[in-house]
Write a protein that binds this ligand. Structure first.
Ligand code: NDP
Length: 483
């Protein structure tokens, strides 16, 4: 498959190139081979994209919401019809196995387009009666939104941001991570093919500097970032300069608590989903697995047995279920954490090594006897590294689960219904799970508290973050003035 796009950027309804931009080399993580070469956006391309978005937004917002929704729903249908090709591309971009991408990426992107396409026409204001006078509210778009994406879910992130933004009548300029620049271009092509006017959805490539230029441009009304906490701090601060709206979907170090009475097989499945899906490169992963002492030996035994089912290889092979890290840089970072885990005295149960093949493969790694102060229990690793921590009581584990700067997700496995709800009420996290882990359907709000973020993606809650309310007071009588 030739994955070289027609050009680096999709602006104002067409592919555009400016070869003066810094080169972006796209590498297939499973082999280390160069599969495409793109250019970073020059200031001229950034300007072209924002000018197009600013112009197109007015036209788009003037459409009926039903007509806007129809475009999104048509785009969802096109994405589903092309799921195979889009999944193959996602696998080349990220290295995630086709077994995953064929059910998790273009499909979840299509879900978001369909959901917000359906919701578009229901986005309305309200009427507030005040005696004879009354107030009505108009729910209006924000204007031009900038989306900036991380590299782990390039199609899904592009769609999670585009869908609510466009449903509300905004235009968007999206900058993918330079590590995975290919998939968002397809989202732009599809939206355009589905009938979005030129300029409503633009994709421009670039390193952090391009993102920074977008965030500070006076034409921009909102910034939605998916990325790390350090980048979030910079982008949030830059957006604050212009009092811009923000959504920040940032990192995490989420707790997954397994009580003695949990169903063992389900708890092991949850821990696998929460640590090894996408080779651990998922922001909401439950990487601090607190296991009550009574179930710990059985948990570790069963987990180790189940890990024998890992099949590494060419991620395009549908039988392969475990892919490489996205880049050599990411693999090196994760290896550093593994070395620190060993040096600080955690017990390496399994894995821990590079795999002897081309590409950036690392074994799924499990540490036991991890304590709260160890680096691997405190810092986001963003790789296939699970830390198992021991605990005795509910009160103790809740305090320890919350003892983190992050608050993205949290999960609990237990047969005790009331305990499950008590735990969830106590978790300081935006996205919680009872007896499962890491599901993110578009119908449910997704996002973090504490340093993990601001705002929510998906669900009706996202509408709040891509629109604003205008209050209109209507007088039915004479106007009284003091003089
Ligand atoms: P980064 O924070 O490194 O980058 C995120 C995006 O921001 C990239 O497109 C990056 O561009 C861009 N960027 C970097 N600096 C700036 C700047 N100063 N101004 C504007 N944009 C900038 O994250 P990664 O791509 O490494 O992704 C991994 C991180 O993302 C993890 O911490 C993970 O937890 C988080 N994440 C959060 C999710 C959530 O929903 N909460 C989901 C997925 C990931 P470039 O790459 O070109 O530098």
């Amino acid at each position: 498959m030739n994955v070289q796009p027609t050009a680096s950027h999709f602006v104002d309804g067409r592919y555009v190139e400016d070869t003066a931009g810094e080169i972006i080399t796209v590498i297939y993580p499973a082999t280390g081979e160069v599969i495409a070469t793109l250019h970073s956006a020059t200031p001229a391309i950034v300007d072209q994209a924002l000018t197009a978005a600013k112009r197109a937004q007015r036209e788009w917002a003037a459409w009926t919401a039903t007509a806007r929704g129809r475009v999104l729903r048509r785009a969802a249908d096109i994405m589903r019809a092309r799921n195979h090709d889009l999944s193959v591309l996602e696998t080349y971009d990220t290295g995630k196995p086709y077994q995953e991408t064929s059910v998790a990426d273009a499909t979840s992107g299509a879900d978001a387009l369909e959901y917000f396409g359906g919701l578009a026409a229901t986005i309305t204001g309200e009427h507030i009666q005040l005696g004879d006078d009354f107030v009505y509210t108009r729910r209006e778009p924000l204007g031009v939104c900038v989306g900036i994406g991380a590299w782990n879910y390039p199609t899904q992130i592009a769609c999670w941001k585009a869908s609510p933004a466009l449903a509300c009548g905004n235009a968007m300029v999206f900058k993918p991570s330079e590590t995975t620049p290919l998939c968002a271009l397809k989202v732009a092509e599809i939206l355009h093919e589905a009938g979005a006017p030129a300029g409503v959805y633009n994709v421009i490539q670039g390193y952090g500097a391009v993102g920074a230029a977008l965030v500070t441009d006076p034409r921009v009304d909102k910034v939605s970032l998916t990325g790390s906490v350090p980048t979030g701090r910079k982008v949030y601060a830059a957006a604050a300069e212009g009092i811009r709206h923000v959504t920040m979907e940032l990192g995490g170090k989420s707790p997954l608590v397994i009580f003695d009475d949990a169903d063992l097989e389900n708890a092991v499945s949850g821990a696998i989903l929460g640590n090894f899906y996408s080779s651990g490169q998922v922001c909401s992963n439950g990487t601090r697995v607190f296991v009550q002492s009574g179930i710990k030996p059985a948990f570790l035994k069963r987990l180790t047995e189940r890990l024998a089912g890992v099949k590494m290889g060419d991620p395009q092979d549908p039988d392969v279920n475990f892919g490489p890290m996205v880049s050599a840089h990411q693999r090196d970072l994760v290896e550093g954490f593994i070395a620190q885990g060993i040096a600080e005295g955690a017990t390496l149960v399994t894995g821990g090594k590079r795999v002897d093949r081309a590409g950036f493969f690392l074994e799924p790694t499990v540490f036991a006897d991890v304590t709260d102060d160890m680096t691997i229990a405190r810092e986001e690793i963003f790789g296939p590294v699970m830390s198992v921590l021991d605990f005795q009581t509910e009160q103790e584990v809740l305090a320890r689960a919350n003892d983190t700067i992050y608050g993205l997700a949290a999960g609990v496995f237990t047969a005790d219904l009331t305990r499950a709800h008590r735990m969830v009420a106590g978790f300081e996290a935006g996205t919680c799970y009872i007896n499962t882990y890491n599901l993110a359907p578009v119908e449910a709000p997704f996002g973090g508290s504490k340093l993990s973020g601001v705002g929510r993606e998906n669900s009706k809650a996202a509408i709040e973050h891509y629109s604003q309310i205008k209050g209109v007071y209507v007088a039915m009588g004479d106007v009284e003035a003091p003089f």
